[in-house]
Design a protein around this ligand. Structure first.
Ligand SMILES: [Zn+2]
Length: 341
């Protein structure tokens, strides 16, 4: 089937009470691994690309590959193509034109400038509302889903550097949804981007009561958690065992993500784990078979490692088995629904 609006996937997950992984891609092998895992577990899936990934892989190339997977290879699997951390209106327009079925406008930070510490400054509530509203107008006119963000995350993802961490205020979240007309909302509950989410020796902690509160105020909004990699110990050990240097990496335990899903979280963003899986597999081949110089000999095992791990995630989030639950909705259908208000 054609790529579906992300709103469809999140609405269905809301009805079914499960979560859906949103996995970042930069190349063919990652995309194959994600789609193979979705097909094997019969899961709907969100494939997301960051602004930097669009540059790395060429504008349009990733979109064309994702469309091929949805339309030709796995036409029975609902898939969405989502822009992760859209920094400005220009990028939103580009992605809508490229056939993305969902975009995030990250109005929580001002990406056009950096402060003296090298961080993007936090936008005011009103400025966040203004840019998010503009993105909603553009995207909804094409039937495309919009994710906004309120509050800021810690950590580093690409060059997304938060100028301070502010957990989401439920009052503000409710008002933000009302004023912007977004479909999905990223909330800050203590997760952060990257492989070092909590200081060494401390316990992982999330403000899960914020999920309860925002979900009860905005029950139809697809809630999103960013920075949700588990950073599995076996992956980190493997990376370090074969010459890597990723000491003291700590992620979000899977049972905490499951707890968040139980409280209404619907989209679970994961990037770091995929990077670790790939790096561990490639390092292993390089150490064990130093004579190999055929890229397929190490990219193949990397792809297998990502697929194996995503299958586990799809089962853990409750996504597995839900691919055939519902009828696809097209961007045109959504366009009419949005126009009708
Ligand atoms: Zn993020």
């Amino acid at each position: 089937m054609a790529l579906v609006p992300m709103k469809l996937i999140l609405d269905e997950a809301n009805k079914g009470g499960y979560g859906v992984g949103a996995f970042n891609v930069n190349n063919m092998e990652q995309l194959q691994a994600i789609c193979d895992a979705a097909a094997e577990t019969s899961s709907p899936v969100i494939i997301q690309v960051s602004r930097n990934a669009l540059q790395y892989a060429d504008k349009g190339l990733l979109a064309a590959m994702v469309r091929y997977m949805a339309e030709e290879k796995y036409p029975h699997i609902p898939m969405s193509l989502h822009l992760d951390h859209g920094p400005d209106i220009e990028t939103i327009k580009e992605c809508v034109a490229l056939g993305f079925t969902s975009v995030m406008i990250d109005g929580s930070l001002d990406y056009s400038t950096k402060d003296e510490k090298g961080s993007h400054p936090v936008r005011s509530f009103d400025d966040n509302v203004a840019i998010t509203k503009e993105a909603v107008e553009i995207a909804h006119a094409a039937g495309v889903t919009v994710e906004g963000e309120i509050g800021t995350l810690g950590g580093i993802e690409d060059d997304t550097v938060a100028g301070g961490v502010h957990l989401t205020e439920p009052d503000e979240a409710e008002e933000f949804v009302k004023q912007t007309g977004i479909d999905a909302l990223a909330i800050a509950i203590g997760t952060s981007h990257g492989a070092y989410k909590f200081p060494v020796g401390t316990e992982a902690k999330l403000a899960l009561d914020i999920v309860d509160d925002v979900h009860s105020r905005c029950p139809d909004i697809g809630l999103v958690m960013h920075g949700s990699s588990s950073v599995p110990a076996h992956m980190v050990e493997e990376v370090n065992k074969y010459g890597g240097k990723v000491p003291n990496a700590v992620g979000i335990p899977t049972n905490m993500i499951q707890d968040a899903i139980g409280r209404g979280m619907r989209k679970v963003n994961i990037d770091t784990d995929g990077r670790l899986a790939i790096t561990a597999a490639i390092r292993k081949v390089f150490v064990e078979n130093p004579a190999d110089f055929d890229g397929r000999k190490y990219l193949g095992p990397a792809r297998d490692a990502v697929r194996t791990w995503i299958i586990e995630e799809m089962k853990a989030f409750g996504t597995a088995g839900h691919a055939d639950d519902y009828k696809p909705v097209t961007l045109d259908d959504m366009k009419k629904l949005y126009a009708a208000g």
